[in-house]
Design a protein around this ligand. Sequence first.
Ligand code: C2E
Ligand code: CA
Ligand code: CA
Ligand code: CA
Length: 275
Amino acid sequence: SKRQGRGRSSCYTHGMLEVVTERVQLETDMRTAVERGEMYLAFQPVLALADDQVIGYEALIRWDHPTLGAIPPTRFIPVAEETGQIVPIGAWVLGEACRQIAQLGSEIYVAVNVSPVQFRSPLLLSHLTQALAQSGLPARRLEIELTETAIVEDGPQIARMLDAIRCLGVTVAMDDFGTGYSSLAHLRDFPVDRIKVDRSFVATAETDRHSMAVLEGITHIARTLGVAILAEGVETASQLQLLRDIGCDAIQGYLIGRPEPFAHDAFSQFGGADH
Ligand code: C2E
Ligand code: CA
Ligand code: CA
Ligand code: CA
């Protein structure tokens, strides 16, 4: 009611005002962050366990705000999703990731995180084709990472979009696998090229036999389906050994390399080099 609404304003403490003000500032500053050169990409290596070779990199966005400092993506991506800014920012990430990986030559691929909001945007396909055309990167060397929340609603339309993306030759990974709702049903309904097991399973595998059982189970299912399996968040040599033992295809994590900008990139001088 109106009375309750008015009453609420008296509870509007200084702390809450600061939270709202900061959010508005993030929202506003985000609109110009790319053009001002405040955003850049960090790349984290993916190691294939068959031959211990780096086969790809995941691109992770970074924002060095002029006054607030480094703002983690977990803080600004949700704001970008709510305002729709994730669509132009995501387009920039795709272009920049393809451009930088194309410079590496070889068959190394780049994995780019695509938000559910981008995935539902009619612009995604043209952003993908533009990023590939402008960089000259072959489509097979671009992978998009989708979380399960991206594919929860509206089954048929999601399936059509996935088909269209894969027709371009771009591969699709299911990110944070096992953390969402009914992961296995999604695996059945939406075929993907790679499963990225969430790092929470890796973190607890050695101490929790249920985590270990889930890891083994997912690896077995992936092999049966002919889908590559990658474990995230590998921090220790014993975790690496465990993943080798159960037949995991590839890993990512601080043990192999932290996300950081490529040293060779001309633009990296404008970003921080220590993220
Ligand atoms: P994510 O896609 O699951 O990315 C993995 C996160 O785990 C990254 O955090 C990475 O730095 C971190 N990580 C990698 N190895 C390890 C490890 O061994 N141990 C631990 N504890 N963490 C590790 P980051 O870069 O802060 O990104 C957080 C999330 O923000 C990402 O989670 C992703 O959901 C989102 N994100 C990042 N960049 C983008 C982007 O360009 N677009 C979109 N839509 N989302 C992004
Ligand atoms: Ca990811
Ligand atoms: Ca992940
Ligand atoms: Ca995540």
